[in-house]
Design a protein around this ligand. Structure first.
Ligand code: 13P
Ligand code: SF4
Length: 302
């Protein structure tokens, strides 16, 4: 295998030649995070895709994230270095299934988590991410909200709104696998640690947490807190930024099994290949992109 430093330098040279930016999600491997221009949560990356200068976006994440970037920046070439990096939760609802739910609740607004296909976004009124779901729901005039596809995020959002939320039964298997037993075990090992979890966790796990936030929200909380120890209830890739940005804090994973294999499919050689070949490229048909863009832009304006 070629030396990481050599690949690293080649990527930097190609990035310059292509006038490219590299965006990485907080769950990416340390190598990939370290080469990125920005590492962040879904909302930060969507904003960056819409505003950062460049002709090419190399999106180190999963397919729905690259699709979102391609929808909001159609003039840019959007590359997903690992073409098969997908989010199984995003495939738990289809546009046809959503149309059926809409026909049963004609007065309800549809909020879709960004973890959805472009076709589902095109059928939705507005998107949300884990960091703005409550704000998005409360910004709507409708009293009834069809919320897809993550039932756990829907139930978490319900705690902060008087509106009636109708959740779809999707879930993230990485977060849904975390149980109250994991929380109790981690708490027994680190009784002074603050417990932080992602809103994709089950309600009974959320009930045991001190604080609930998106991936970047968790990082901000740890860095700004006067506490010293934290139990982190989300995918373990987040620990790299926590170690780098809050080196004086001790962070323990709530579950070492919380690994999103799709987020780990991207590596430096795939990033280099993407920049060299300008492939795999993510595009969204105009008619779908046009309707999906409305839902994404409406979220970005909230
Ligand atoms: P964030 O928006 O909090 O980064 O979460 C994205 C995700 O896929 C969580 O599983
Ligand atoms: Fe999808 Fe879960 Fe992986 Fe996030 S962690 S990309 S929600 S499977």
């Amino acid at each position: 295998m070629q030396d990481t430093a050599i690949i690293h330098n080649e990527i930097l040279r190609l990035k310059e030649d292509r006038h490219a930016i590299i965006l990485a999600h907080n769950y990416q491997t340390a190598d990939v995070q370290d080469i990125a221009d920005l590492t962040g949560d879904s909302l930060e990356l969507a904003r960056a895709a819409a505003t950062m200068e460049g002709d090419v976006i190399v999106f180190c994440g999963v397919d729905f994230m690259a699709e979102t970037a391609a929808i909001i920046s159609p003039e840019k070439t959007v590359l997903l270095p690992s073409q098969d990096a997908c989010c199984p939760m995003a495939d738990m609802i289809t546009a046809d299934e959503l149309k059926l739910v809409k026909s049963r609740h004609p007065d309800a607004a549809v909020v879709c988590y960004v973890n959805t296909t472009a076709e589902v976004k095109a059928e939705s009124d507005i998107c949300c991410t884990s960091s703005n779901a409550v704000k998005v729901v409360n910004s709507l005039k409708e009293d009834q909200i069809i919320f897809v596809p993550d039932r756990n995020l829907a139930l978490y959002t319900q705690r902060f709104t008087k509106k009636e939320i109708l959740p779809w039964e999707g879930f993230c298997s990485v977060h849904d696998r975390i149980t109250p037993a994991h929380v109790r075990q981690a708490h027994d090992l680190h009784p002074d640690a603050v417990i932080l979890v992602h809103p994709e966790c089950r309600p009974e796990v959320i009930d045991l947490a001190d604080h609930v936030a998106s991936t970047s929200g968790i990082i901000r909380h740890v860095c700004n807190s006067s506490e010293k120890e934290f139990i982190i209830g989300t995918e373990i890739g987040i620990l790299h930024r926590l170690t780098r940005e809050c080196p004086t804090k001790k962070c323990y994973p709530l579950s070492i099994a919380a690994i999103c294999m799709n987020m780990k499919k991207t590596d430096l050689s795939k990033v280099r290949h993407a920049l060299l070949e300008l492939q795999p490229r993510i595009t969204v048909p105009d008619e779908i992109a046009h309707r999906a863009r409305r839902a994404i832009e409406r979220m970005l304006a909230v």
